[in-house]
Ligand binder design. Structure first.
Ligand code: HSE
Length: 441
């Protein structure tokens, strides 16, 4: 039986589980790949650093270059852009197959990595880059390649789903829910990439590239994170029969001239309580894919964590090892469609706009007029005294009221103009929040 020499770069949460599973399930993996996986080296920053997993010390090295040069298959699980970019490019150009879980790298440098893979005649696999154990990369790249994908929409970041879910279940503030997520190990000490939507944006770009056969970079994705979501937003959503989820959305849009483009965006979204995505709890991920002929498919499962994500890495390793031993290649990058990524302003959705207004005659008409002037149709309006909930319920004439306006579908561009005009209006004290409402029950 052929032997495939493997180098693992990085022995963190996922890397250590990949190493454990290769050791523990070597016989099964060998039978499935039709090749012996020979774990040759594990590249770490500091050989003597304490580590949870028991890794044979003889495998540990800091010499990434030597490890790559002697391997047939390189598993990159360091994360971040550098040094992974340089190491992966080098490996691919030398004809070494690379399996990576590095979403930031693929989303920012996908084209040059694919070019290096083609130049080196190597495979590039990245199932673990999106949604951990959930096989959505394979699903889009291979299972659904026979269909025209219309939209990919879902929860692709477990940290933010955990935080929003905790806020919904307990009424906690954003800060308290984040602290709890950090305490339980669901959020990192520096949570920026997750809570500001950057991790989801990278995944959104990868999913869009696969779904629409077009190069989409993280730079193309319009991003808004969850750090401004308040307990009041959650309560307001609940009162309207919704929960708030951070959704990644990639959709095909037919423009007025009949040509097609794509819209890619990540933002907190109102989801009706009885929608499937509203019932994705804790750190789980779920992605809904609409195919023109297949209809709706849903991918659901653990989007993070060492062992779940390691299974995605190993699925790539089995496929890659089989190709190395018996011939064949990973599907190449398909970017033939080359659809334009449309400006964020053309995306169409519904909005919930919350305003703090001066509570006096004519204000409602003025606010409604701003929406009308910009062609946005209002679906419903709810007004509350800002003093509601105060001990004596008293309210001064001319005080502040909170206005919650739900709209019908409109473009982001029209909404942005409305918000600008409202913010400048004398009677509007504050545009308190804007939430999108993307899916119907
Ligand atoms: N930080 C990611 C998440 C997991 O919270 O989903 C790795 O992509």
């Amino acid at each position: 039986m052929a032997t495939v020499n493997v180098a693992v770069l990085g022995a963190g949460t996922v890397g250590s589980q990949v190493i454990r599973l290769i050791e523990e399930q070597g016989r099964d993996l060998r039978a499935r790949a039709g090749a012996e996986l020979n774990l040759q080296s594990v590249v770490v920053r500091d050989v003597s650093a304490p580590r949870d997993a028991e890794i044979d010390p003889a495998l540990l090295t800091t010499d990434a270059q030597a490890a790559i040069d002697s391997a047939d298959l390189v598993i990159e699980l360091i994360g971040g852009i550098e040094p992974p970019r340089t190491l992966v490019l080098d490996a691919l150009r030398k004809g070494k197959t690379v399996v990576t879980g590095n979403k930031a790298l693929i989303a920012a440098h996908g084209p040059e990595l694919h070019e290096a893979a083609t130049a080196g005649g190597a495979d590039l696999y990245y199932e673990a880059a999106v949604a951990g154990a959930v096989p959505v990369v394979y699903g889009l790249r291979e299972s659904m390649v026979g269909d025209k994908i219309l939209r990919v929409l879902g929860i692709v970041n477990g940290t933010t789903n955990f935080i929003l879910d905790a806020m919904t279940q307990t009424g906690a503030s954003y800060e308290d829910a984040l602290a709890e997520a950090q305490r339980l190990g669901f959020a990192e000490a520096d949570p920026t990439a997750d809570v500001e939507g950057l991790d989801a944006a990278a995944k959104c770009a990868i999913l869009a590239s696969l779904a629409f056969h077009t190069r989409v970079s993280i730079e193309d994705v319009a991003v808004e994170g969850i750090s401004k979501i308040t307990a009041d937003d959650i309560a307001e959503a609940e009162a309207g029969g919704n929960v708030i989820k951070l959704l990644a959305i990639a959709e095909r849009i037919t423009q007025e001239d009949g040509s097609e483009g794509i819209s890619v965006r990540v933002h907190p979204t109102l989801v009706p309580r009885d929608h499937t995505l509203a019932n994705v709890h804790g750190p789980f991920n779920a992605i809904v894919v609409d195919g023109e002929s297949a209809g709706r498919l849903m991918f659901y499962g653990q989007g993070a964590g060492g062992a779940p994500t390691a299974t995605a890495v190993l699925s790539d390793v089995v496929a890659a090892a089989s190709h190395i031993a018996h011939g064949g290649n990973a599907p190449c990058e398909l970017v033939y469609a080359n659809l334009p990524v449309l400006d964020a302003s053309v995306a169409v959705t519904r909005y919930q706009v919350q305003l703090k207004i001066a509570d006096r005659a004519g204000v409602l008409a003025e606010v409604a007029g701003v929406f009308a002037d910009n062609g946005i149709s209002i679906k419903s309006v709810n007004q509350k005294d800002a003093s509601e909930g105060s001990e004596d319920g008293s309210r001064e004439e001319g005080g502040t009221a909170v206005l919650t306006i739900l709209t019908h579908r409109a473009t982001e561009g029209a909404l942005a103009t409305v918000v600008k005009q409202l913010a400048a209006a004398d009677s509007v004290r504050e545009v308190a929040s804007i939430l999108r409402s993307e899916v119907s029950a």
